[in-house]
Structures are given as structure tokens and as C-alpha cells.
Design a protein around this ligand. Structure first.
Ligand code: SF4
Ligand code: SF4
Length: 477
């Protein structure tokens, strides 16, 4: 019997434990959605998810409130075009760093996916995090899987209405907190809170808080697995990163089949059965409603809940655990499996190279910018002291968190000097344009175009400086 992990499409809309209705290739893409009632399960992987999901949720809700030196640790100040991240301010010119970070995130995701499949989806994706919280609330209010099924089938009553209303009220509250927090990363959250409730906030703030409230409530409360199945592009293209050595959640077909019910005391070998007792627990815990025994499916988000469920069944039956486990296709076929292989080296090398490039850029980043533009209106002019003058416009930006005083100097042939202001004070994040004139004695010029160098230097600690080249134009020689 083949132990290949067949990839085929499955109708996810079922809570039928035996999943007998499904037939390979028989997919109705327009079938009505059938509500999935997941059974809760405890176990090793669920504990990991519990910690990771609550930790991520906690970080999301807290980070916009934490301030260091009066500034939120994460604040995207769009009107000022400044992004404050953990004490460092980034400006539009740092966009390359942001792009680099996104590329690192993408390569990191590809690298992890080639090794462990959809770890991101199962443990950290925002859709998974919020759906997990919403399902947790649902279970606290409406009860276990069986109670929820019964409640939905029961005729309308006061107690049913109270439960449903309470659940939706808590969902809306979480969704509102989510929307408020999201906007709080762009609009200082304390001000936002005060302004929203005193009706002083900008109209866009109301719009975006409302938008994210509705989006969260709809995605995590109603759409849930539909987002993963039909809306998420990553679910569709991630299979190109898989190979037969990718460790994924899979059912050990050789060990489990033929499946069938039996008494705990029965010897499966005598009955001609494998270890799967066909209890359907793995299907009932699955948030996307699939049967992992049908093979690797794009609907599987790699949450490992079916592993925990099946391990509990195996322990109760006194069978070894791991009938469903993290395993590679090669291992299931009894072949040796490699952890590191060309594609992991490829993604790993790209990831390390990008991290190194961004780290070097960050370390070398000087938080001051100097741009020099030569005045093209006139080539040069002779002043009353017989010196040649050229005019420039200096643009200076202070990209630090403190006020700075910069000294401006210019170097070039002997006698090069600045005859305008040589000092400028700038507030944190501020930039200033400064008209500047440089003079050079005609005797010092050996050619019509001479390189000169502008430099700004701060008086503070640590001292900051920036330099940039320009041209001084004189008469033709
Ligand atoms: S939980 Fe395990 S034993 Fe039960 S149906 Fe699933 S694979 Fe078979
Ligand atoms: S099949 Fe298992 S790992 Fe995949 S989504 Fe369902 S419960 Fe999670």
C-alpha cells in the first residue's frame, strides 16, 4: 500500500467524523458552507499554540501603549513622515531598510516553510490568532462542541438569545479593541482614545477603527477557515516550497490502515486492522474541517491539533503515539530524510545575506542627512574682495531623537571658505534648507570646475557628521 502523501482537494465543509461523503476530485467550489464545530483538545502542541497565540495577542495590544522617553516604542507618524521603532526614528529615505526587512520576513517564511511546512499559519498568523481567541470565547459562553451543536439546533429561547448576544458582544468588544489598537499605531493611542470618545478625532480615525472592527469581527467570528481556504494567497503557493523532506503534519497511512473500530482489549493484528480506530477525533478538532487521513491538503494550516487529539486516543488504546505526527514524506516511505538540502541552503543563504546587509546598513546609518544643490541660476560672481563666489542650497535633516547643533564647513583648494552662516540648530526629526555661499580666490583654481566638499558636524555626544561633494565653477582656463 502506498504511503505517498497524496495532494488532492477536499470538501472542507463537513463535521462528519468519518468523512465518508468525500470522494477524491469531487469538489463543488460553490457548495454552501457548512459550519464547523471544533472540539477543543489539550496536548503538547496545543500548549505551544496557547503560549504563542496569547503572547502575540498581548504584544499587539500592549506595544502601542508602551512609551520610552515620552515616545511610543512603535509609532507610524504618517503626517510627519516618521516611523518610530524601538527608540529609532526612520524617515522616508530609510525606505530601503523597510523593504529589506520585508524581504527578510519573506525569506524567513520560505526557509521555515521548506523545513516545517505551514508553521506560520498554525502558530502565528493573525487570522489563526484572532480565530483562536474568538473560538475560545465561543466555547466559554456556549460550551463544548456538542453543546454548541445542540444550541444551534434548539428552537429560539431566552437562554439561547442571551448566550448568542453575549458571544457577539464579546466578539465585537475584541474586534473594537483590535481596530482601536491598530489605529493606535498611527495616531498616539492615548490621544486617540480621548478624542474618539469626545468626538474630537479625525474622520479617518473613525473610519479606520470602524473598518478594522468590522474586518476582525467578520474574519474571526464568521469567515474563519474560509479566509485560509479561499482568500489567503499563501495557502496556494506554499506547496512550491514543499518537497519530500519537508516536515509536515501527516497521518501514517501504513500504520493506521486498514482503519476500524475495535475494543481496547482486541489485538488489531488478529482483526487485520491498523492502529486507526476511526474515532474521528482528528476531524472534529480540525479548524478547517478536513480529514488528515486523506493526505496532505492545501486546507491544512499545520496547527497540529489533530496530532494532540490522536495521541490522546493512542494513549487510551495503549498504542504508541505518533499515528499523526510531524513527519516527512520520505520518512513515511521508510526512506532516509535530509533536514538540510539545496533549497534550504538557498533560502538560508539568501536570508543570512539579507540580514547581514540590513544589519550593516543599520550599523553604518548616520542619523543626519546633508544634501547640497548648486544654484544653477548663475555660474559664478566676483565679490568686492576679488574672490569668486558660488551659491548653494544645503538641506540638513536631524534624524535623531534630540535637538542638534551642526557646524557647517567646506573644504577644497586653498582659500576655500564659507561666507554665510556656519551653524544651524535643528529639533529632533526636523529638516532645514539653508542658502549658502562659498568663495575661492581665482588664483587657487586650476580648472573651471573644481571639486569641493561640504561637511556638517554636531557638537553633541556621540558626535555626528555627514559629508557631500559638490562643484565650484570658475572662469574657463
Ligand atoms: S484520531 Fe487517530 S485513531 Fe482517531 S480517527 Fe483520527 S487517526 Fe484514527
Ligand atoms: S489537518 Fe490537523 S494540522 Fe491540518 S488543519 Fe486540521 S487539525 Fe490542523
Amino acid at each position: 500500500m502506498s504511503s505517498q502523501i497524496p495532494v488532492r482537494e477536499i470538501d472542507p465543509a463537513t463535521d462528519d467524523a468519518s468523512n465518508k461523503k468525500k470522494k477524491a476530485g469531487n469538489v463543488d467550489h460553490y457548495a454552501n458552507r457548512k459550519k464547523i464545530y471544533t472540539r477543543s483538545v489539550k496536548g503538547f502542541f496545543q500548549r505551544i499554540r496557547f503560549v504563542s497565540l496569547w503572547a502575540l495577542m498581548g504584544m499587539y495590544f500592549l506595544f502601542c501603549w508602551i512609551q520610552v522617553g515620552g515616545e511610543p516604542i512603535i509609532h507610524f507618524d504618517l503626517p510627519a513622515r516618521e516611523f518610530h521603532l524601538f527608540g529609532t526614528t526612520f524617515f522616508p529615505k530609510d525606505f530601503i531598510l523597510l523593504s529589506g526587512m520585508l524581504i527578510i520576513a519573506a525569506f524567513g517564511l520560505f526557509f521555515i516553510t521548506t523545513l516545517f511546512g505551514r508553521i506560520w499559519c498554525g502558530y502565528t498568523c493573525p487570522q489563526t490568532v484572532w480565530t483562536f481567541i474568538f473560538m475560545w470565547v465561543e466555547e466559554k459562553i456556549e460550551g463544548s462542541r456538542n453543546k454548541r451543536i445542540k444550541l444551534d439546533k434548539a428552537p429560539n429561547s431566552a437562554s439561547k438569545s442571551v448566550k448568542k448576544a453575549s458571544k457577539h458582544a464579546v466578539w465585537l468588544l475584541i474586534a473594537f479593541a483590535t481596530g482601536l489598537t491598530f489605529v493606535g499605531y498611527f495616531y498616539p493611542v492615548r490621544e486617540l482614545l480621548a478624542d474618539l470618545f469626545t468626538l474630537q478625532a479625525n474622520g479617518w480615525a473613525y473610519f479606520w477603527v470602524g473598518f478594522f472592527t468590522v474586518a476582525t469581527y467578520t474574519n474571526a467570528g464568521w469567515l474563519r477557515e474560509q479566509v485560509c481556504l479561499y482568500m489567503c494567497p499563501y495557502a496556494r503557493f506554499q506547496s512550491v516550497m514543499y518537497d519530500e523532506d519537508t516536515r509536515v503534519v501527516a497521518y501514517d497511512y501504513n500504520r493506521g490502515e486498514p482503519r476500524g473500530g475495535r475494543k481496547k482489549s482486541a489485538d488489531p493484528a488478529e482483526l487485520g486492522l491498523g492502529d486507526c480506530i476511526d474515532c474521528g477525533q482528528c476531524v472534529q478538532v480540525c479548524p478547517t474541517g478536513i480529514d488528515i487521513r486523506d493526505g496532505l491538503q492545501y486546507e491544512c494550516i499545520g496547527c497540529a491539533l489533530c496530532i494532540d487529539a490522536c495521541d490522546q486516543v493512542m494513549e487510551r488504546m495503549n498504542y504508541p503515539t505518533g499515528l499523526i505526527r510531524y513527519v516527512t514524506e520520505n520518512e513515511l516511505e521508510g526512506k532516509p530524510s535530509k533536514f538540510l538540502r539545496p533549497r534550504t541552503f538557498g533560502y538560508g543563504a539568501a536570508l543570512v545575506a539579507m540580514i547581514a546587509a540590513i544589519a550593516i546598513t543599520l550599523v553604518m546609518r548616520v542619523p543626519v542627512e546633508l544634501d547640497v544643490l548648486r544654484d544653477r541660476g548663475q555660474l559664478y560672481q566676483m565679490n568686492g574682495r576679488g574672490m569668486l563666489e558660488n551659491s548653494y542650497t544645503l538641506k540638513v535633516q536631524n534624524m535623531t531623537e534630540v535637538p542638534q547643533t551642526f557646524r557647517i564647513s567646506v573644504s577644497g583648494p586653498e582659500s576655500t571658505q564659507l561666507i554665510t552662516r556656519d551653524e544651524i540648530q535643528l529639533d529632533p526629526g526636523a529638516n532645514r534648507t539653508l542658502p549658502t555661499v562659498v568663495e575661492i580666490s581665482p588664483e587657487s583654481l586650476t580648472q573651471s570646475r573644481t571639486d569641493i566638499r561640504f561637511r556638517i558636524e554636531s557638537q553633541g555626544q556621540p558626535p555626528l557628521s555627514a559629508e557631500t561633494e559638490s562643484r565650484f565653477i570658475g572662469p574657463s582656463r
